[in-house]
Design a protein around this ligand. Structure first.
Ligand SMILES: Nc1ncnc2c1ncn2[C@@H]1O[C@H](COP(=O)(O)OP(=O)(O)OP(=O)(O)O)[C@@H](O)[C@H]1O
Length: 301
């Protein structure tokens, strides 16, 4: 590009004749240190046109001498690649650059991720998260507090903090919960302290909440959290899962399936939707993992 511009300016007859710029392009390319000629004697008055020509010339010479300087270091020669050893080549590249290669990470230190997994009752939130825990030890799963009774196989402090209604309300009073809701007659809430502790130490965290909880968290966290909506492939599968789990009374089943019908309409509040299809738990978990990996790889999470 420079060759073209340089020639264009020099080929202008007035510029060429008036300032007698006999510097060859080859000379410029070799030395990269273009002598700046005295274009105007101090006493000389300068026309606008001539002044502009001088400015153009000076801009070129300054720009290209800077670029060429940054490209190579005049005092260091790099040995022939086919003859020099690896470390010799690396050393000479370092001295040519004027500083050693750093082994520090080239990546910026990303902010910890907050991943919210939500979806209608019986869709498989707990099952997906349990499986995810096995493969992603780097994630911290925030343990929700609940006033509901423990289901078979659930462990206090691991799956939920099982508390009484009074204990739960006292946590609310002491402002210990980031969000809470009364879901199907039981309280559920996310303890603030766990989030502070883990996010403060730079850990990625995963929260499991119902749809109401997800909407509250969206209002609080906005775009600083990733919201994943888990669904079954169809209503029938969702209802079957609740029935087969054998944890609900007839009334509770009715409330949950009726709510689920409404809740699937809230998918638009979420960033991602993952289908947890019958017998395809592994696929759903893999998809959640892919979302986490993609979010971690984002330049601006
Ligand atoms: N992909 C799947 N295929 C078949 N069954 C599944 C699948 N995922 C979950 N289940 C079963 O569905 C039932 C409900 O799952 P789970 O308890 O994880 O749902 P949940 O969304 O956490 O429910 P809730 O919000 O009511 O606690 C469980 O019995 C579980 O084993």
């Amino acid at each position: 590009m420079f060759r073209r511009l340089f020639r264009t300016s020099l080929s202008r007859p007035d510029l060429h004749q008036r300032y007698l710029l006999s510097i060859s392009y080859r000379h410029f390319q070799n030395t990269c240190a273009l002598p700046v000629p005295t274009l105007i004697s101090p006493s000389e008055t300068c026309s606008v046109e001539r002044f502009q020509d001088i400015q153009i010339f000076r801009r070129f010479s300054s720009l290209y001498s800077q670029k060429a300087h940054s490209r190579r270091h005049p005092s260091v020669s790099i040995p022939a690649v086919n003859r020099a050893g690896r470390s010799e080549l690396l050393r000479s590249l370092e001295s040519s650059l004027g500083s050693s290669f750093s082994s520090n990470s080239l990546l910026p230190n990303p902010n910890p991720l907050i991943i919210v997994i939500s979806g209608p009752s019986g869709v498989g939130k707990y099952t997906v998260i349990k499986k995810l825990k096995e493969t992603r030890e780097d994630l911290h799963f925030v343990v929700t507090a609940t006033s509901r009774a423990k289901r078979p196989g659930e462990i206090d402090g691991k799956d939920y903090y099982f508390v009484t209604k009074e204990e739960f309300l006292s946590m609310v009073e002491r402002d210990q919960l980031m969000e809470y809701a009364l879901v199907y007659g039981d309280y559920k809430g996310v303890p603030k302290q766990q989030i502070r502790d883990y996010v403060g130490k730079g850990h990625d965290i995963v929260l499991r909440v119902d749809i109401q909880g997800a909407q509250t968290l969206r209002r609080i966290l906005g775009k600083s959290a990733i919201f994943i909506f888990l669904v079954a492939e169809n209503e029938m599968t969702m209802a079957e899962r609740l029935v087969d789990r054998k944890t609900e009374t007839a009334e509770s089943l009715l409330v949950r399936v009726a709510s689920a019908r409404e809740e699937v309409k809230h998918v638009k509040w979420f960033d991602y939707v993952v289908v947890n299809a019958k017998g395809k738990l592994e696929n759903a978990v893999k998809q959640v993992e892919s979302i986490i990996d993609a979010e971690k790889a984002k330049v601006r999470p």
